[in-house]
Ligand binder design. Sequence first.
Ligand SMILES: Nc1nc2c(c(=O)[nH]1)N[C@H]1C(S)=C(S)[C@@H](COP(=O)(O)O)O[C@H]1N2
Ligand SMILES: [Mo]
Length: 239
Amino acid sequence: MNEAGRDPELDGRPVGRRTVLGLIALAGAGVVGGKAVQDGLAKVLGPIELRDPTGLISLLPWGDSFRFYSVTGAVPTMNAETYRLTVGGLVRRTASYTLADLRAMPQISLVRDFHCITGWQVSQVHWSGVQLSTLLDLAGPTAAATAVRFRSFDGTYTESLTLEQARLDDVIVALTMLGGPVTHEHGGPVRMYVAPMYGYKSTKWLSAIELTAAVETGYWEHRGYPVDGFIDPSRGKGA
Ligand SMILES: Nc1nc2c(c(=O)[nH]1)N[C@H]1C(S)=C(S)[C@@H](COP(=O)(O)O)O[C@H]1N2
Ligand SMILES: [Mo]
């Protein structure tokens, strides 16, 4: 959230804090039921995931729940028949993987707190998928490759990591999240999860992984975010 109480990442939906607090006050006073409040908030905030039984904690902008982010409008829906992940660029062996191909590879699980750089976070989120290093080993980066770029089938979002960061064992091509397949809203069927970094590094609706000669500035980095996305500043290069 910025000082105006708005979430700059929530595409085209500036949210007045007063609107949110007003709806919560109404619910507290028993004026409207939880469902009505949720529907009202869904209109101003966009879809939000509700985990607390009263439905009130997650209505707060700082509650323990995900926002659904997209910098574009409608994103095509992909399924097991239509989804492909390409790996290319500066590699010896390019590849195009189906969802079945990815599911057949060794999977790892992670449980971590998710941090968006705007301040919201979600505790102890379960993830599983294929380590990015597995796909990099299959591709065989050439000597000229020093970085990895991620593309999204939303047609707009990009991100990058250095090859060294991309090989960390908690950087995964995620197939499950929150105990089930990654939903469309969360960037499914396949998204990145770069566990040691802020959420903007975890490209949703992942379509391509490309080995490049240098780190290419990503979508939010063009708009001011640090290229080094480590949550723990001691792990970064000290920008
Ligand atoms: N394609 C795409 N990936 C994206 C984004 C986006 O808008 N589009 N937002 C990023 C940001 S800023 C965050 S915090 C997380 C949010 O993930 P969620 O939408 O599953 O909560 O996705 C990241 N990946
Ligand atoms: Mo974010």
